[in-house]
Design a binder for this molecule. Structure first.
Ligand SMILES: Nc1nc2c(ncn2[C@@H]2O[C@H](COP(=O)(O)OP(=O)(O)O)[C@@H](O)[C@H]2O)c(=O)[nH]1
Ligand SMILES: [Mg+2]
Length: 285
């Protein structure tokens, strides 16, 4: 299997940018994908932000199942963590506001003690595509940060003022190398890694196999899959969706893209692919 590694120049640059700007920030929000909270956590960032108060936000909870809640509760035992869906729900801004206020109470008091009225500054960090810009838009009540459904939409840092906060939106950053390829693959499934650098055929087959093990129902219902080798499952997808080439052969490539697309849009059901051991492995618990 092709090793997944994605650390283009702009990410190294983004890491430097964060390092330089970190002293301006009072606290950090790590935006994770609730469908793979351990996989979408970049341990390199935690080294960067060291002693600052941190909130672990399990975003896209609308696409995740109860397992994400369990994992969030585990992280909450030793730190601050919350589930949310930044792109939906009228209560989201209030939820975010409350969680973030709780994080910076001490700083607020210190600032007030010094007679300073400056807003508390947050670094919004995470791997690409977890919803950092969407969070900022939800909080600021506007379309201030650019949003996109693929990795790499935010290219430079930007400060956004909202209420008593100042938020620094940052480009998503990956670790320079993954210690665990099974976690890297989950990032690939979820669209956090630029599809163009991936062997999508391998990713789609690995996804089918992992889903069959953990969430077979979605595959059964959407494609009529009844198990078998990953390639046979892909053939079921092609058959069901009538992805055929001239001559009647299966159009595997279209099938692969359809599976990934369906997963990313939540059409295979609510999921959470990581487990408690994965949280331990990346140092989140
Ligand atoms: N279903 C769902 N989609 C979300 C949520 N938050 C963000 N998104 C989508 O995820 C994609 C990436 O969002 P973006 O804010 O650009 O991510 P960033 O790369 O971390 O800044 C966009 O298509 C958003 O609409 C959420 O809570 N639920
Ligand atoms: Mg962004």
């Amino acid at each position: 299997m092709k090793i997944i590694q994605w650390y283009p120049g702009h990410m190294a640059k983004a890491m430097r940018l964060m390092e330089e700007n970190l002293k301006l920030c009072d606290a950090v929000v790590f935006v994770l994908d609730a469908r793979a909270p351990a996989s979408s956590y970049n341990p390199d960032l935690s080294a960067l932000v060291k002693g600052k108060p941190a909130l672990y936000l399990f975003n896209k909870s609308d696409l995740a199942d109860g397992k994400a809640e369990e994992l969030c509760a585990l992280v909450r035992k030793s730190g601050k963590a919350a589930l949310c869906a930044c792109a939906s729900g009228r209560n989201t801004p209030r939820l975010l506001q409350t969680a973030m206020e709780a994080l910076c109470e001490e700083k607020r008091e210190k600032l007030a003690g010094k007679g300073s009225a400056r807003p508390v500054r947050f670094l919004i960090a995470g791997v690409p595509n977890t919803g950092k810009s969407t969070l900022i838009n939800a909080l600021s009540g506007g379309k201030r940060a650019q949003v996109g459904d693929k990795a790499g939409v935010t290219k430079t840092k930007q400060w956004v003022r909202c209420g008593g906060f100042e938020l620094m939106d940052t480009p998503g950053t990956m670790p320079p190398s993954f210690s665990d390829q099974s976690l890297a693959r989950r990032l690939a499934y979820l669209g956090c890694i630029n599809d163009e650098i991936l062997a999508l055929d391998e990713i789609a087959l690995a996804l089918l196999s992992e889903l069959w093990e953990k969430y077979p129902q979605g595959l059964q219902e959407r494609y009529g899959i009844e198990g078998g080798e990953p390639l046979e499952m892909l053939e079921s997808v092609c058959k069901k969706r009538r992805f055929l080439l001239r001559g009647g052969e299966y159009d595997y490539e279209r099938g692969e893209r359809a599976v990934l697309d369906d997963l990313r849009k939540g059409k295979l059901g609510k999921i959470c692919l990581d487990c408690a051991e994965d949280l331990e492995r990346v140092g989140l618990v």
